[in-house]
Design a protein around this ligand. Structure first.
Ligand SMILES: NC(=O)C1=CN([C@@H]2O[C@H](COP(=O)(O)OP(=O)(O)OC[C@H]3O[C@@H](n4cnc5c(N)ncnc54)[C@H](OP(=O)(O)O)[C@@H]3O)[C@@H](O)[C@H]2O)C=CC1
Ligand SMILES: CC(C)(CO)C(=O)C(=O)O
Length: 319
């Protein structure tokens, strides 16, 4: 299948490498002038949990193929969009006249209403999923990531479409388990407030890397997450469908924070997820916190702990 990854970010790169490894024809769309700056080779250091445990660490060099022009109708079969939520509208706008009959797979965290975000596109051409990886680029530009063994897909309409079936097939051919997320809209919102809880504290201390082993900051993050759950509920999400992913906010915060601090300092792949989010100028953490706070205020849900952390995210990184 001809697959276009939109952008060459962390999730696009690691997912694209897995799909290319399964024999698909994978290209990356990057902004004009960017391909040269990426160079010919991308170093990969991946914990690939699709593989047997003893062979999971994969270090290799890969030569991704880039294009700097958007697809013409008929050029590609599948377009994978994995972008920070604030970058998605620009990408959708750019693709609105270029999608042709391709299927767009959304593998991004979302905070705006998913159907509003993709409004310029025919909704039946969009398949919804959850990013199947985590990680970041190190100082040398090498991709340090963990690739999950399953991809979760979910539906905003009631019916399973042929496009969704085709996407399931692509991922299972590439060795992923494919599971259904029964409430993907709710999952996106719960996940975004989870990120806001962590980012709000990361920005107080520097970056996510500064939360490693930091029990006090992680406890405050859990308390921020607790006050954000009503924001998600006010958007009509039934939180009883997200019990496991919200349990960290409902259990005693001291206990959760102590466990979390132990995990992110001692468990290598958890530590790596925090270590690689070490760019103090990154826009996504600020945008997530800003947009979650704005929505809480719009809905009239009090979020004093997030508001108290606003100094860290209301201004740009260089303010
Ligand atoms: N990284 C992680 O560990 C995890 C990420 N996620 C989620 O996955 C999604 C993707 O995250 P991640 O991969 O980290 O993002 P990155 O910031 O690494 O990548 C975004 C990429 O998109 C490119 N891009 C943005 N807008 C455009 C545009 N209009 N045209 C061309 N390229 C564009 C950027 O290019 P440029 O550099 O030129 O701006 C960049 O390469 C997000 O929703 C995130 O929240 C979820 C779980 C874990
Ligand atoms: C905040 C972080 C790193 C969670 O570990 C993330 O990027 C995500 O899962 O969306």
């Amino acid at each position: 299948m001809r697959i276009l990854m939109f952008g060459r970010g962390v999730i696009a790169s690691v997912t694209g490498s897995a799909l290319a490894g399964a024999g698909h024809d994978v290209e990356f769309y990057v902004r004009p002038g960017r391909a040269a700056s990426y160079g010919d080779e991308l170093g990969l250091d991946i914990v690939d949990t699709r593989r047997p445990r003893r062979d999971q660490r994969v270090r290799q060099t890969w030569s991704p193929r880039y294009r700097e022009d958007l697809p013409e109708a008929g050029d590609v079969d599948l377009i994978v969009v994995s972008l920070p939520h604030h970058s998605i509208p620009g990408a959708i706008e750019a693709l609105s006249t270029r999608l042709g009959d391709a299927t767009l797979v959304m593998l991004s965290n979302m905070w705006d209403e998913p159907l509003d975000v993709i409004a310029p596109l025919p909704p039946e051409q969009v398949v919804w999923g959850i990013p199947p990886a985590g990680g970041g680029f190190d100082q040398a530009g090498r991709l340090q990531a963990t690739l999950l063994s399953t991809v979760a897909l979910g539906r905003l309409g009631a019916r399973q479409t042929d496009r969704e079936l085709a996407v399931r097939e692509v991922f299972s051919q590439a060795g992923f388990g494919v599971r259904e997320q029964p409430d993907i809209r709710g999952w996106y919102f719960v996940h975004t407030v989870t990120d806001a809880s962590l980012y709000s504290q990361a920005l107080q201390h520097g970056t996510m890397a500064d939360l490693i082993g930091n029990t006090a900051a992680l406890r405050e993050a859990m308390l921020v997450g607790r006050e954000l759950l009503p924001v998600v509920a006010a958007r009509g999400v039934d939180l009883s469908r997200h019990r496991s992913s919200t349990s960290a906010f409902r259990l005693p915060s001291r206990l959760v924070a102590a466990g979390f601090a132990l995990a992110n300092s001692k468990i290598p792949f958890v530590r790596r997820a925090f270590e690689t989010h070490d760019d103090p100028a990154a826009e996504e953490p600020r945008a997530v916190c800003r947009d979650v706070l704005a929505e809480a205020q719009r809905l009239g849900v009090p979020t004093p702990r997030l508001a108290a952390a606003a100094e860290g995210f209301v201004r740009g990184p260089n303010a």
